[in-house]
Design a protein around this ligand. Structure first.
Ligand code: AMP
Length: 249
């Protein structure tokens, strides 16, 4: 079984993003970019399934600018077998990415796609769900455990009330939550080996997909700054403030 793992190049989670002065977006010039953390978890899970003998090949896919090659090399260093870059300078929205992934899933005949539950730049949390809907496949989002047996995936999901276990027939789509695994440390020998692994470059048109944006960003602004808190002397003072200042009780 082949596993497709989409990996997105995003602003590194340690970077404090700044809104551009014209409010058209956030400034990503000269900012450290990394693989979306949930996608690292997805690659790790796919590689573990291959190491267990459940999967035969792990294919990492990234859609976006040429620099996404770096993100793909990281996926290859974690243990993916080959990579596909769908190269475009157009701003990609979740629906366009889902259409590209559907085309690749079908082209590769993959049995499972493991995506991140969300990309930490736009926090959309949409692509996996859209991919499953477009491809007509079962889906399990927010996975904290994935077991494959007898052509089915048993997935434990993190839901508000606790855990939910679902069984999906393959092919299927899963998205990763934080507790699925802890991605391995990428070693220098594996980074070197990754340089020799195959990377194919396609254009959206090669997959017959129109990626023209459908949503328009009107304005991006910083959230309002929070006022500093105060320490209260005792419970009575706290209750007084909640009642008379905050007026919440
Ligand atoms: P989102 O719906 O944007 O929050 O993204 C959810 C997941 O979809 C990510 O964690 C990735 O696995 C995948 N994804 C989104 N955008 C891309 C992209 N441009 N290239 C590859 N994978 C992507």
């Amino acid at each position: 079984m082949k596993i497709l793992v989409p990996v997105k190049r995003v602003v590194d989670y340690n970077v404090k993003v700044r809104v551009k002065s014209d409010h058209s977006g956030v400034d990503i010039a000269n900012v450290k970019m990394s693989m979306n953390p949930f996608d690292e978890i997805a690659v790790e899970e796919a590689v573990r399934l291959k190491e267990k003998g459940v999967a035969t090949e792990v294919i990492a896919v990234s859609c976006g600018v040429t620099a996404c090659q770096e993100t793909l090399r990281t996926a290859l260093a974690i243990g993916a077998d080959r990579a596909i870059l769908v190269e475009t300078d157009v701003e990609l929205q979740p629906l366009a990415v889902a259409k590209l992934l559907k085309a690749l899933l079908e082209r590769e005949g993959a049995g499972l796609a493991i995506l991140g539950k969300q990309a930490i730049d736009d926090d959309a949390n949409q692509t996996g769900q859209m991919l499953a809907a477009l491809a007509g496949l079962p889906q399990a989002t927010f996975a904290s455990s994935i077991e494959i047996a007898d052509g089915r995936a048993k997935v434990t999901r993190e839901v508000d009330g606790g855990m939910e276990i679902v069984t999906l027939t393959l092919p299927a789509v899963a998205t990763t939550d934080l507790r699925l695994n802890e991605p391995r440390y990428v070693t220098l020998p594996n980074i070197m080996k990754a340089k020799k692994k195959p990377m194919e470059t396609l254009k959206p048109a090669d997959l017959g997909v129109d990626v023209t944006p459908r949503l328009k960003t009107l304005s991006v602004s910083e959230p309002a700054g929070r006022k500093a808190g105060v320490k209260v002397a005792d419970v009575a003072a706290l209750i007084d403030k909640l009642k008379n200042e905050a007026k919440v009780i």
